[in-house]
Ligand binder design. Structure first.
Ligand SMILES: NC(=O)c1ccc[n+]([C@@H]2O[C@H](COP(=O)([O-])OP(=O)(O)OC[C@H]3O[C@@H](n4cnc5c(N)ncnc54)[C@H](OP(=O)(O)O)[C@@H]3O)[C@@H](O)[C@H]2O)c1
Length: 273
């Protein structure tokens, strides 16, 4: 492993561990293993059902909790006033204390977006999270969120070379808001792409490092999930090399609107509004 310091974008470490679908003791062991390798950013969610296991890892990993950046997300079923705050209290109990970043996991219906943002803000005021942000917000929703809460820290979205997210990136850049890339290697689909394979061969690095480097070199945070020590170590190598402007442009030309991995029914027709 070629260790280099991990930069932060808007206070968010540029590489984190995604924890879906890790569960049980495996989840605790893998989080501890990656902290041992130098990871200082862990991404979980109420929806993943593993906050308690992540919390157990944070407690026993040997690194002070204050040195690890932890994100969790409020499940859509908890978006209403009746459940939001109690669900966050349960999350932070399971995680062993306040989090660094709390996200609305999926946008509520349009008429409820502002009210849900206000519930999120109340959690920050109550000290249960240092930062607040959103996930899966479209450009229009992101502008609405930033108008309501100029302090939001990020939009976590699907982001990898197979998916054209240029409109969303432009909207986020205009608001000086970083994106956080989920499914950053498209669950392995990016590794088969010819452009990426050719650049990987030139750099004598695996396609995974090329894809993750392309993401962070744009100022986008990446949170790949892995259960394997050698993959976790390799993913940290992305801070030890650079892609040329031509390589960045070539990879940026791959994506299309059909490249989405995660597309739940309740977002159909909403992505491009
Ligand atoms: N906000 C949201 O709505 C949302 C939605 C989806 C995901 N997420 C978050 O984003 C995280 C990542 O997304 P994801 O799990 O969907 O997809 P992903 O990270 O793109 O893909 C995960 C897959 O990539 C493989 N992988 C990772 N590093 C590798 C490497 N160096 N070499 C070879 N294979 C590698 C892993 O296999 P191995 O385990 O074998 O290494 C795993 O099968 C999730 O865990 C979750 O925390 C958020």
């Amino acid at each position: 492993m070629e260790t280099r310091p991990v930069p932060a974008f808007n206070g968010i470490p540029a590489l984190g561990l995604g924890t879906y679908p890790l569960s049980g003791q495996d989840c605790t062991d893998i989080v501890k293993m990656t902290v041992g390798l130098g990871y200082r950013h862990i991404d979980t969610a109420q929806m993943y059902g593993n906050e308690r296991e992540v919390g157990a890892a944070l407690k026993s990993c040997g690194v002070p909790r204050g040195e690890i950046f932890v994100t969790t997300k409020v499940d859509p079923s908890n978006n209403g006033k009746a459940r939001f705050s109690d669900s966050v209290k349960r999350s932070i109990d399971d995680l062993g204390g306040p989090v660094d970043l709390l996200l609305i996991h999926w946008p509520p219906p349009d008429a409820e977006i502002d009210a849900t943002l206000d519930l999120l803000k109340a959690e920050q005021v109550a000290g249960r999270t240092a930062r607040i942000g959103v996930s899966n917000f479209t450009p229009r929703m992101l502008r609405q969120a930033a108008k309501r809460l100029p302090e939001i820290a990020c939009n976590q979205v699907e982001y990898h070379p197979l998916l054209d997210q240029r409109e969303l990136k432009k909207a986020a850049d205009a608001l000086s808001l970083p994106l956080v890339a989920y499914s950053p290697v498209a669950r392995g689909r990016t590794f088969q792409n010819g452009v990426i394979k050719a650049i990987a061969e030139k750099h004598k690095r695996p396609p995974s490092e090329i894809v993750l480097r392309w993401i962070v070199q744009q100022g986008v945070v990446a949170i790949p999930k892995t259960s394997k020590r050698d993959h976790a170590a390799s993913n940290l190598n992305i801070f030890a090399f650079e892609l040329s402007p031509d390589e960045m442009t070539a990879i940026s030309g791959i994506g299309s609107s059909a490249g989405r991995t995660i597309n739940p029914g309740w977002m159909s027709g909403r992505w491009n509004d």
